[in-house]
Design a binder for this molecule. Sequence first.
Ligand code: ZN
Length: 187
Amino acid sequence: MRRFSQRYTSTINKKALSLLLLGTIACFVAVVNVNAYDLTPSRWSSNKLNPLYYYVNSQWSEFATARNDWNNAGTHIGSFYSIANPEYAWVSVTKVTDSGVTWPGRCLVMATGGWIDAVDIELNDYYSSTLGTDGRRTVCAHEIGHCFSLKDENDLWCLMHQGALDRVAHGILGPQDDDISGVNAAY
Ligand SMILES: [Zn+2]
């Protein structure tokens, strides 16, 4: 009888220990999620920043809102400004219409030896009405995030989460703390 009782106690302790361990793992995962951002290997050189100029071939009007969201986010990138002369811009922004792809926007980074030469941001007008105003805004902000060396990530509460409509559903329209931390870790 005593033996049984001791065994029972021992099992309870093991359960308690497992719960404690699971709790520790959960806390660790929560801490890791705070820094979920992932960075591309390429960077802008300092002479191309502060400000970083972009030239608009064509865009959604929400691009300016997304630009303002980033400019007000307090990153080390400084200002991301539209300029009238393409000769002085490192980033070009263009609307395309492509029904054969699933992306609503994309950012093509051209780099040499880890240094960014130029970037093309393309906004797919085929998905314009599907996205709505909030969707177009979050797509523009997401592509600017790629331009600032952020990779896609799975964390739903970040601008760099891949699903534009998921982000809209969660109110993620501009850069979040994690995205800003990522940019500031890169620059
Ligand atoms: Zn992306």
